[in-house]
Design a protein around this ligand. Structure first.
Ligand SMILES: [Zn+2]
Ligand SMILES: [Zn+2]
Length: 158
């Protein structure tokens, strides 16, 4: 009985630890604003399409999403605010970390939280990784390099 209590306590502890950054993440989702990289208009960071020009806001090359300064089409860094414009290589999550998280803590959805799939992470946490099957699928996806983060970037080996 004591062992069981201990397991439940540890589980609660893990949930609490995971819920706090989760709420912060949600708050961020609501609040964060960026500029459309194509026309410079203010859009939500999660906008799939710019309300003004109809293009995916991150696909443009004309404006910095962070400070609205005009950028060169091939610029990797904004000359005004120094933010990275070429997000793919910089924002990609570490492949090995994701693999280890999935292997060791996959039943808690930790690898999903790490890669930004917060919603799926919560579901996996509540279902213990889809009774292990879902985690196994994820693990295979990671091993075969088909797993992407929430922004669609591939995992990178650092
Ligand atoms: Zn636009
Ligand atoms: Zn900038």
């Amino acid at each position: 009985m004591i062992a069981l209590k201990k397991i439940i306590f540890n589980f609660k502890f893990l949930i609490e630890k995971k819920i706090v950054p989760l709420q912060k993440f949600k708050f961020k989702l609501k609040e964060k604003i960026m500029y459309c990289r194509n026309c410079g208009v203010e859009v939500s960071e999660n906008a799939v399409m710019c309300v003004s020009c109809g293009v995916p806001p991150k696909e443009g090359r004309k404006y910095c999403y962070n400070c609205k300064a005009e950028t060169a089409p091939d610029a990797k860094i904004c000359v005004k605010c120094g933010v990275a414009l070429d997000s793919e290589s910089l924002e990609g999550k570490d492949w090995l970390t994701t693999l280890l998280l999935c292997w060791l803590l996959g039943f808690l959805g930790v690898h999903r939280f790490y890669t930004g799939h917060t919603g799926i992470g919560v579901v996996q946490l509540l279902t213990l990784g889809g009774c292990g099957i879902w985690v196994l699928v994820d693990l295979i996806m990671i091993l075969t390099k088909k797993f992407t983060d929430a922004k669609g970037n591939k995992l990178v080996k650092k």
